[in-house]
Design a protein around this ligand. Sequence first.
Ligand code: IPE
Ligand code: IPE
Ligand code: MG
Ligand code: MG
Length: 322
Amino acid sequence: MLPYTRKVFDLIQDDLARFETRLARELRSQVAFIEAIGEDLTSAGGKRLRPSLAFLAGHLLGAPPEASVQVALAVELLHSASLLHDDLIDDADTRRGRDAAFRRYGNVVSVMSGDYLLAKVLGLLADADEAEFTRLMSRTAAQICEAEVLQFEMATLETFSFENYLRVIEGKTAVLFASALEGVALLAHAPERERRALQEYGMAYGRAFQLRDDYLDLLGDAERLGKPVGSDLREGKATYPVLLLLEAGDEELRAILRRHARGEDDVARVRQLVRARGADERTRERIKQEVETALGALEAFPASAPKRHLEELARQELERLT
Ligand code: IPE
Ligand code: IPE
Ligand code: MG
Ligand code: MG
């Protein structure tokens, strides 16, 4: 079976190639272990989704190429830093098909390399020299941290709710998608209406993206995912389909969540319950709704190739939901 992949667009091939060169330059260090983490980032096949958003926004708005690349670098470095820290706190086994960095190099290297990447983001913000963009990235980084902690808090205090879940997926994922687009709009001094439209698209697409990621974590195919399913449950996290069942007062599910799905058949049982009660279908519906919101936001722009690609990107969240 095909792995869960995404399409790359010809329109931004050259941008992405230039991005890789610049990224490698940002990641140089005199310290071999930090260089090794940088090597991971340049060679281990991240999808470069956030840089792609920045470059597509650049084409859509006619932004100077240097503006798009600065935003692309800043968002990808912040994303990479968050993943280094996220894998450590999630005790993840793998990232991008390799053992997670903290497993290969240890916690010191993972934590400090994450901070090193954040330090590089600060340099890029200084180069971009646009206070509004710096403010945006500051807010985004703070929201990622808050969302990671809120997610942990929710699992610890069992304060499960759709409201909290939405705050988490927006904070840890959607705001960075939105910033990739909004950042370019700010540097290009695009009209307010266009900046807002891109922000709305980014938020909705980001929610769809994280909803799908969560959906696959529970209901996906382990082989195609390249990792075991049910990791969210094992961390005591209730994602959208699970919340639907909790809302309906499912006590069996609450008990499984409380024991972090430690029972041998717990994950399989939750998959079964979710399917039997139609919570899988309702989650797909929700993803569809978010994709439609994303597409609606793009109506602010006339037809063009970059607009079409942004639409295609959002629509891909509806594919391969098996
Ligand atoms: C992974 O993001 C983290 C989430 C927000 C789920 P991506 O799936 O974009 O990660 P890479 O960069 O392609 O590995
Ligand atoms: C992604 O969250 C981490 C951030 C966006 C900071 P998850 O923990 O849900 O994603 P994966 O499954 O590890 O990629
Ligand atoms: Mg994780
Ligand atoms: Mg996590």
